[in-house]
Design a binder for this molecule. Structure first.
Ligand code: C2E
Ligand code: CA
Ligand code: CA
Ligand code: CA
Length: 275
């Protein structure tokens, strides 16, 4: 289903979703995986459009289940949110990623870590102070990390979200608006966001083969530039796309063309040597 040139390692999500009972069993196994060390973190580079250096790496949770094999985060992240496991899951990811980041800093590597934060975490009491404490344990600073927050889908949540984002900004974290273009933020809201980066959703990248798709991308880039946001385009799968985006003046690129998400050892290699 993923189309051209893709290898799919995941169990069929729709198939899993269709099986209600299986779903419950998977939830129980997810809970075990979180507690017993069954989760891994993979890393994907975000590359400077000009020069090709690795600017940052995004931490992405991975789960290999004994029974079903690799299960997509598109399935288990929403599941963790639904059953109240997202905080524990995120603690595991954060701990692993901060451990690695400490090693990388000690080795003289300077790339930033990008971490996905889900909405329920954002609103959790003491979220900011817990995260800062965690960083302190590893002698890291908020400026080592960029937090990715998905663009708000529910408008009613907006002012609450803004308040929490400002707290994160005040604590020294850089913020990226993730999956940009899939929510409903208005232009005035975008302007108020205390974010430095805007990550354009992969669905826009996949439409670049049409004239309309290219125009929409161009408009998004102009909008971002006008609001002084640095732009990351996700889902860059080939050289042609990379060149086109470079031409538009996009700052950073991410996608299979550069690398898929990989284990920490491989990520470290390209941070040292370049891609
Ligand atoms: P996301 O934050 O939008 O992450 C980017 C997704 O795009 C990743 O999917 C990545 O593997 C995929 N991707 C990267 N390059 C390409 C490309 O060139 N083409 C295409 N078609 N896709 C590409 P993944 O790893 O399956 O993660 C799915 C979502 O799960 C993430 O979307 C994120 O929202 C969520 N997620 C993953 N790990 C975590 C986590 O630790 N915490 C939270 N809260 N969410 C997470
Ligand atoms: Ca993300
Ligand atoms: Ca995204
Ligand atoms: Ca996404």
């Amino acid at each position: 289903n993923a189309g051209r040139n893709n290898v799919c390692f995941y169990s069929d999500i729709l198939h899993l979703k269709a099986l209600g009972r299986e779903h419950v069993a998977i939830q129980a196994r997810l809970s075990d995986a979180i507690r017993l060390g069954g989760l891994q973190v993979f890393y994907q580079p975000i590359v400077q459009s000009k020069g090709g250096e690795v600017f940052a790496i995004e931490a992405l949770a991975r789960w290999q289940d004994d029974k079903s094999g690799w299960i997509s985060p598109e399935l288990f992240i929403p599941m963790a949110e639904k059953v109240g496991l997202i905080q524990e899951l995120s603690d595991v990811v954060t701990h692993q990623a901060f451990c690695k980041l400490r090693e990388w800093r000690d080795a003289g590597l300077h790339q930033k870590l990008m971490l996905n934060i889900s909405r329920s975490q954002l609103f959790a009491p003491r979220f900011v102070s817990n995260l800062v404490e965690r960083l302190n344990e590893f002698r890291l600073r908020p400026s080592d990390v960029i937090l990715e927050i998905t663009e708000s889908v529910a408008l009613t949540d907006y002012s609450r979200q803004l308040k929490h984002l400002k707290l994160l900004g005040a604590a020294g974290f850089q913020l990226a608006i993730d999956d940009f273009g899939t929510g409903y933020s208005s232009l005035s809201q975008l302007h108020e966001m205390p974010a430095q980066l805007l990550k354009v959703d992969v669905s826009f990248t996949q439409r670049l083969h049409t004239e309309e798709g290219r125009r929409i991308m161009q408009a998004i880039v102009q909008l971002g530039n006008g609001l002084d946001l640095q732009i990351v385009v996700e889902g860059v799968e080939n050289l042609e796309t990379a060149r086109f985006l470079q031409g538009l003046g996009v700052h950073y690129l991410q996608g299979f063309h550069f690398s898929e998400p990989v284990p920490s050892g491989v990520a470290e290699l390209w941070m040292r040597l370049g891609l």
